[in-house]
Design a protein around this ligand. Structure first.
Ligand SMILES: Cc1cc2nc3c(=O)[nH]c(=O)nc-3n(C[C@H](O)[C@H](O)[C@H](O)COP(=O)(O)O)c2cc1C
Length: 374
């Protein structure tokens, strides 16, 4: 069933040779990552997702990373209220594309690991080895209540995720008819055929921010997503170096990525005006406040200065690194992030379909000239 072979390193590089890997983040959700009222905000609709993957694939964009979200955040737009389940979404996108990698963002506590292994292997066969896995352990407690699942505290969540991922890797290995006995999972007589495409496994990422989350990523993942510091490139550089050094201590090589929010226009002024229009003047502040409440971020818990800082950051693409400017500025900032050691970035736009063509036409060639894109 697997006539070709794909090296793990090829998968980890998202099948490409780009020094700076670029992906699209959050297109499976209504509004994407822009907490805004503007009418052109992203629909998240399947027809638009299908058009987008065609455009992105054609333009050489490396990956699409969806968000595993089960409930919206309310507000005036019910921000991220309509979302596609990510593995099935990936299957659709992989079926109509040729080069791009498509991730599933999978909540370990919500998916039986053997069923998840089977679903992801299926997606991987559809995409001929282009499926990737983002393991998430749970961010929003009320989403878990909807499933009657109690993910427990951080330590337990990540302990559980370790067993979940170990069981999946075994199911994808040559082992057959085996039992898995962990503290949280007891699985008997496991048999899972066929295996992922091409004799290697899907690239796996995680974006844990807590010490437990980060340790999990360093032990298990090929890619780690972290926030790039908005004010200091040196700080970003040291964060990246730190993670890589910790991985090396375990004998592992790990790529570090970040998330960004792009507003690219022919002039700086146009970009800044649109940025202000969407994420300040027309932010869905009721949704932003809902997000902050879920995260227990209030003046009482974090103080006035921090609270207002978080409020601004969540309005702007849920805290993604803001890339606002003309094509030279955007390319320059992406180059800086690359020089800080980041392997790639998952970006979002207010409307991916409207804005990606200009980014591809103007920013990608500049990155090529800088030697960051093949
Ligand atoms: C790039 C990126 C993607 C993420 N995707 C999701 C997601 O789709 N669903 C989710 O519940 N959490 C998501 N998260 C949250 C992380 O998985 C993680 O739970 C969060 O950063 C907090 O870290 P902690 O779990 O170590 O506390 C994402 C975070 C980042 C930075």
């Amino acid at each position: 069933m697997n006539p070709v072979s794909i090296a793990q390193s090829q998968r980890n590089a998202m099948h490409g040779t780009n020094k700076l890997t670029i992906g699209l983040f959050g297109a499976n959700c209504s509004s994407g990552r822009a907490v805004t009222l503007v009418p052109e905000r992203w629909s998240g609709d399947m027809a638009d997702c299908m058009k987008l993957v065609g455009l992105a694939d054609e333009a050489g964009i490396d990956f699409m990373l969806p968000i595993g979200r089960w409930k919206g955040y309310g507000g005036d737009t019910d921000y991220q209220g309509a979302t596609y389940e990510t593995i099935t979404w990936a299957c659709g996108l992989l079926a109509v594309s040729k080069r791009i990698s498509v991730f599933g963002t999978v909540h370990a506590p919500l998916f039986n690991p053997i069923i998840a292994a089977k679903m992801m292997m299926t997606a991987d066969h559809i995409g001929k080895g282009r499926f990737g896995l983002n393991i998430v352990c749970g961010w929003n407690e009320d989403e878990f209540d909807m499933f009657g699942v109690k993910p427990g505290d951080h330590e337990r969540r990540y302990e559980f995720a370790q067993e979940w991922w170990d069981a999946i890797q075994l199911a994808w290995s040559d082992k057959e008819n085996f039992d898995y006995t962990g503290q949280h999972l007891q699985l008997k007589g496991i048999r899972a055929k066929p295996k992922p495409y091409g004799g290697s496994r899907p690239v796996v990422m995680n974006a844990g921010a807590s010490p437990n989350g980060r340790a999990f990523a360093i032990r298990n993942c090929d890619a780690f997503f972290t926030r790039a510091d908005r004010d200091s490139l040196d700080e970003t550089k040291s964060r990246v170096a730190n993670v890589k050094a910790q991985a090396r201590e375990l004998g592992r090589e790990m790529d570090v990525y970040t998330v960004g929010v792009v507003t690219c226009r022919p002039t700086t002024k146009e970009a800044q005006d649109y940025y202000r229009h969407t994420v300040i003047d027309n932010a869905d502040w009721n949704a932003v406040d809902g997000i902050l409440r879920k995260k227990n971020l209030s003046i009482e818990t974090v103080g006035e200065t921090e609270f207002w800082r978080h409020r601004r950051h969540y309005a702007n693409g849920m805290g993604g690194y803001p890339l606002v400017g003309d094509p030279d500025q955007i390319a320059g900032e992406l180059a800086d992030l690359s020089h800080a050691g980041l392997r790639g970035i998952a970006v979002s736009f207010v409307n991916y379909l409207d804005e990606l063509p200009y980014f591809v036409q103007e920013v990608i060639p500049r990155l090529q000239k800088l030697g960051l894109r093949a």
